[in-house]
Design a protein around this ligand. Structure first.
Ligand SMILES: O=C(O)CCC(=O)C(=O)O
Length: 226
């Protein structure tokens, strides 16, 4: 796939899939390392752990994987900055699905680009991602349900989602899905009783000004030194 094709496809759909970005072996190593980080930090039930690249050099290295950097350069440009990453882990006891939302309202500033990487095979049964292609072009008003207990304060209103346009993005271990922070997305709950772990890393165009993000503790430019 040429960089022009990647860019055009991303501009049209708001996402781009990199099949088998990490090999099976690399993916298994990353999941083991994620489990080690979570055990060290005593995290078990919340389903989300933010700051993998802060906790482990293995994740910092993963954030600058050459195949990923190549795709991000096509989409973002010459100055690609990694901001932060998290693991979202669902299993027999932590089986939540994420409601329909966009990521932009969580951070504002310049548009960001997240990469959802499957650490397990992901299907509708165990919690794969769902998206509405092209929805990043829509300037949608958000419902604010911040008093709800399940988190995700910036949910989309139900009527914003056209069921006919939803695409389920089943993924194999090692696949990566790059998506725009305005893309409507959600995920299924995990009804399988088995693991569905994902690593989600967020990037920005380093030439654009932004607020200082306290959560971007491991930020670095992935394509060359400043
Ligand atoms: O991995 C998932 O289940 C979805 C996570 C998600 O939508 C998010 O963190 O913005």
């Amino acid at each position: 796939m040429t960089s022009t094709t990647i860019k055009e496809q991303f501009q049209q759909d708001g996402y781009y899939v990199l099949k088998q970005m990490f090999s099976e072996v690399e993916t298994a190593e990353l999941k083991l390392e994620a489990q080690r980080v979570l055990e060290l930090n005593g995290v078990d039930k919340s389903g989300v752990y933010v700051g993998m690249a802060v906790a482990s050099p293995r994740f910092k290295e993963a954030a600058a994987h050459p195949l990923l950097v190549n795709a991000l350069e096509a989409i973002i440009g010459d100055d690609v900055v990694f901001l932060s990453d998290k693991v979202v882990f669902k299993n027999a006891t932590t089986d939540f699905g994420s409601p329909w939302h966009q990521d932009y309202p969580y951070w504002h500033g310049s548009h960001k680009f997240s990469v959802w990487i499957a650490l397990d095979d992901a299907t509708p049964d165990n919690g794969c991602l769902r998206i509405v292609p092209g929805s990043h072009h829509v300037d949608e008003e958000h419902a604010d349900f911040s008093d709800r207990e399940e988190g995700f304060s910036n949910r989309l209103k139900d009527e914003a989602i056209d069921p006919a346009r939803i695409v389920d993005l089943a993924a194999s271990r090692g696949d990566a899905i790059v998506f725009h922070d305005l893309l409507f997305h959600s995920s299924y709950p995990n009804r399988s009783g088995k693991d569905r772990w994902a690593l989600i890393s967020t990037y920005k165009d380093g030439t654009l000004e932004d607020p200082v993000y306290s959560w971007a503790k491991a930020a670095f430019r992935v394509n060359g030194e400043r």
